[in-house]
Design a protein around this ligand. Structure first.
Ligand SMILES: [Zn+2]
Length: 173
């Protein structure tokens, strides 16, 4: 079911989310399905969007849903390795869809997480997938992309960003 997306200023977005302890449950399956439906609906209406975190639909549990090539539910993720190499990009977020924020992210990371059955997995990511995972895992700790703006000139309205910055700057989406 499609859910309402919480917007910047809603205090729930600033909470630290709790680990999931019960797997293979109706409740967990329902949250994952709601994240999927909400992500797909947002993408259809707005033309961008690759990932969503549970607090964005008001659920303060450590659950992320991403869909770049294939859909994937990522539960209780932790970053276990980060490259020294950083890269910068213009980031956006469902919770402030009219803003673009220039951030720096680790070029590659490795995460440990669990799937919906509780099975432990690892995932190595670089480039677009790496920065997406860093963005979504930040959400689980109450951290938003605007907190990571590289400087005070790095937060722009999307319309102005498209006019003045867009060419060759955006990663993908
Ligand atoms: Zn976001």
């Amino acid at each position: 079911m499609k859910r309402e997306i919480l917007l910047l200023g809603n205090p729930v977005l600033r909470q630290k989310c709790k680990p999931v302890t019960e797997f293979d449950s109706i409740q967990l399956r329902r949250i994952v399905a709601d994240l999927r439906d909400t992500l797909h609906d947002f993408r259809k209406r707005n033309g961008f969007g690759r990932g969503i975190a549970a607090p964005q639909i008001g659920v303060t549990q450590r659950i992320v849903f991403i869909h770049i090539v294939e859909p994937l539910a990522i539960i209780n993720p932790t970053i276990i390795r980060r490259s020294k190499r950083l890269f910068s990009l213009w980031d956006d977020c469902f919770s402030f869809p009219n803003l673009l924020v220039k951030v720096k992210r680790h070029y590659s990371i490795e995460i440990r997480y669990q799937n919906e059955m509780g099975v432990k997995k690892t995932l190595k990511a670089s480039g677009a997938l790496s920065e997406l995972l860093q963005h979504e895992i930040d959400h689980l700790n109450g951290v938003l992309a605007i907190d990571r703006a590289v400087d005070s000139r790095s937060i722009l309205y999307r319309s102005e960003w498209e006019k003045f910055e867009a060419r060759g700057q955006k990663q993908d989406e």
